[in-house]
Design a protein around this ligand. Structure first.
Ligand code: UD1
Ligand code: UDP
Length: 380
């Protein structure tokens, strides 16, 4: 007889970790490292949401992670949020039915995490959400739907800051709130020296031009799928380069490269003076570039945090952010995609004080999460 819900006594004392996107691999790298160090029984499921070598394999190699135990097939062919989420939900469920772990860990706000959390929830397996309680309050964003749903179906809510815990309390979540800090801090600290040894730029200047440089990343659906906003971002980047005498180096997500081509903007972008665009890099190269940059321009959640962690002033190409602590500390400013606003924000950022306190924990988040998870799976 097939099982719809697993009986608690059928569950095994191990932790399943669900990854599948670039930021998820970074977030879980220190957690997987601690699970291995403590010989905690675990296995890793890769949903296949991200699959290009520079979005996936390079990260496993840079972060010294073993090959995932399971990798779902066919997910990359699904063109819609629903289709992609459904394929990952079915695939994760198959693995969970085979392995019957007592706890599933997901992290962040991508469809991968919603699928992993939902698959576990439906089977009666407990869910732990890393980076719980973050909100942009922007109901147009798929990430906001995912975060809210995951938080409300999780037993354990591992938060990055007091603000996230307060948000979860206001929403009356049923799970336990555990403030751990964000493992992105752990990953950054653990890999910075190696990154700089491999790719370091000692004088914060572009190696080719000798100019200070800004790093640009953009991949948000609401930005890059809209030709007007996408054009605004690159026009803004060109104004920053010219007006502030910087080189702007864009490490482009595959989605962005595809949209530039589809909208007929590729040639134009390549013609922009002092704006260099190339495919996104692996983690170590990116960390080295980010930590030596004069300025960060981004719509990425992880990159906003990393700019704050490394005390590089940041300009966020969105109207809102989950990471309000970065705004409050003066590390970040929200400018949207209007070129004039981007230039004004960048100019202000370049003169910002960079002595803020990093608000996402002390670099020991992964250890706390792993200790907690191993206690949970050790319970009868
Ligand atoms: C997803 C997450 C987003 C996260 C981002 C991190 C959701 C809803 N969105 O967005 O929250 O910030 O990951 O990078 O889950 N593509 C490739 N190769 C890849 C991955 C993607 O070519 O390895 C291209 C494909 O054309 C794909 C498109 O990018 O259709 C979008 O990929 P998808 O995973 O759906 O969303 P992201 O934009 O990556
Ligand atoms: N990143 C990277 N190479 C790049 C761009 C980003 O290694 O070219 C890393 C970055 O250091 C951060 C993570 O990818 O840890 C952020 O992922 P992304 O911006 O795709 O997603 P988000 O954080 O917005 O969900």
């Amino acid at each position: 007889m097939s099982e719809k819900v697993l009986r608690p006594e059928a569950l095994r004392p191990e932790v399943a970790v669900v990854v599948g996107t670039r930021p998820g691999i970074v977030m879980f790298a220190p957690i997987i490292a601690h699970l291995r160090k403590k010989a905690g029984a675990h296995f890793v499921i890769h949903t296949g949401q991200h699959y290009s070598p520079n979005m996936d394999a390079q990260f496993f190699s840079d972060l010294e992670l073993p090959t995932p135990d399971y990798r779902l097939e066919g997910v990359s062919e699904k063109p819609t949020h629903g289709g992609q989420t459904a394929a990952m939900l079915e695939g994760v469920e198959r693995v969970l039915l085979e392995r019957k772990p007592r706890l599933v860990l997901v992290g962040g706000d991508a469809n991968t995490n919603l699928a992993g959390a939902l698959a576990a929830r439906k089977l009666g397996i407990r869910v732990g959400h890393v980076e719980a309680g973050e909100r942009s309050y922007d109901w147009c964003m798929p990430e906001e739907h995912n975060r809210r749903i995951i938080d409300h179906i999780s037993e354990y809510l591992f938060t990055s800051s007091p603000k996230a815990g307060q948000q979860l309390e206001r929403e009356s979540v049923r799970g336990e709130i555990i403030e751990t800090g964000n493992p992105i801090v752990d990953a950054s600290r653990a890999h910075l020296d190696l990154a700089l040894r491999c790719f370091g730029q000692p004088d914060r200047r572009d190696q080719d031009t000798g100019r200070p440089y800004a790093v640009l990343t953009t991949h948000r659906e609401e930005n890059v799928d809209d030709p007007g906003r996408l054009r605004g971002i690159f026009t803004g980047a060109a104004r920053v380069a010219e007006g502030l005498d910087l080189t702007v180096l864009c490490l482009a997500h595959p989605r962005t490269l595809k949209r530039l081509q589809e909208f007929g903007l590729e040639e134009w972008v390549h013609s922009l003076d002092r704006v260099e665009i190339r495919p996104g890099s692996g983690y170590l190269e990116f960390l080295a570039l980010l930590s030596r940059a004069a300025l960060i321009l981004t719509d990425s959640g992880g990159v906003q945090q990393e700019a704050c962690i490394h005390r590089i002033p940041c300009v966020t190409l969105r109207e809102n952010t989950e990471w309000v602590e970065t705004i409050e500390t003066g590390a970040n400013r929200l400018v949207g995609t209007d070129p004039d606003h981007i230039l004004a924000g960048a100019s202000e950022a370049l003169h910002a004080r960079v002595d803020w306190k990093v608000p996402f924990g002390d670099g020991h988040a992964a250890e706390r999460i792993v200790d907690y998870a191993l206690r949970v799976v050790g319970e009868k």
